[in-house]
Design a protein. Structure first.
Length: 301
């Protein structure tokens, strides 16, 4: 199988490439390759920003992929980015990619990577049928690409899959996300002050994400799929669990004054549809997942 992966050096992308590379021909388009150095002789690689996709038409046509997994996205890992007007540049450049794909004779399956941010603020378990009401520009732009890509793929007979990960964590995660940031502060004995910690979030370990997404893209499944653990974790509980697993006595302060205005306080999903299509349930417990992340960060240091 010939698989094109945009953003293949990122957290989700690099782990997915590692899972696919042994039995597939992989072409990665990404700004960097630092997470793929040990694989670089086994993949095709082009360094490129999203804005340069038009210039890559010949390379993509020569590769002629069977599947395209579109991880690439600028901004969204930082709270300062989610309402930046530059989010809409991602939509434009992603449509440039789709404009190339619709002309390919291989009719590749398009696998778009969305986000639970598309659903907006909810107070109930989120399913694929939950109404999308994005509350920030990041979620709105992801949702817009979902709608555009679905119609474009339908009109040009391209199979279409839209993956919505909830909170995925593990080695090589973005440093400013909650768990990596917390672990590093504990290691460095920094003062830790969080909001009230009552937000409930669904956390999925990276290897479970990769198993699910690989199964979905390599079979005939189409449509929208939530990728999550199906479990609820309070931020406060995860913070205290991390302290326990690291066997340290750091004090964590919880201050409701730091609660972000407009931020959702319940971000948990239902995995029934994904399980029906993959027969995969998450294997890594939250305790083992955090232990793995702690060890990885300690090894890096």
């Amino acid at each position: 199988m010939k698989i094109l992966v945009t953003g293949g050096n990122g957290f989700l992308g690099s782990h997915t490439v590692r899972n696919l590379v042994n039995s597939n021909e992989i072409y990665v388009i990404s700004k960097n390759k630092n997470n793929l150095i040990d694989l670089i002789d086994n993949i095709q690689y082009t360094s490129s920003d999203l804005c340069d996709y038009k210039k890559l038409r010949n390379k993509i046509e020569c590769f002629c992929p069977d599947i395209v997994i579109h991880f690439a996205w600028d901004g969204g890992n930082n709270n300062n980015d989610v309402n930046d007007l530059k989010q809409f540049d991602n939509l434009k450049h992603s449509l440039d990619l789709l404009n190339i794909l619709i002309d390919l004779p291989s009719k590749p399956k398009f696998v778009g990577i969305g986000s639970f941010s598309e659903y907006g603020e909810k107070q109930e378990l989120i399913t694929e049928l939950t109404q999308e009401t994005p509350s920030n520009l990041y979620g709105l732009t992801k949702f817009s690409l979902k709608q555009y890509s679905k119609i474009i793929c339908q009109q040009h007979d391209l199979p279409w899959v839209w993956i919505r990960p909830c909170y995925v964590y593990g080695p090589n995660d973005v440093n400013n996300r909650f768990l990596p940031s917390l672990i590093k502060k504990i290691i460095e004995n920094q003062e830790i002050i969080l909001d009230d910690g009552n937000t409930q979030i669904d956390y999925l370990y990276i290897s479970d994400f990769v198993d699910m997404v690989t199964k979905l893209i390599l079979q005939d499944s189409q449509g929208v799929f939530n990728l999550c653990s199906g479990k609820k974790y309070k931020i406060k509980e995860l913070a205290l669990l991390t302290l326990t697993l690291m066997n340290v006595s750091n004090k964590i302060k919880f201050d409701s004054k730091l609660n972000r205005l407009g931020a959702p306080f319940f971000i948990c999903g239902d995995i029934s549809k994904t399980y029906i299509h993959t027969k995969i349930k998450p294997k890594i417990t939250i305790e083992d997942g955090i232990k793995n992340l702690i060890q990885h960060i300690k090894n890096e240091k």
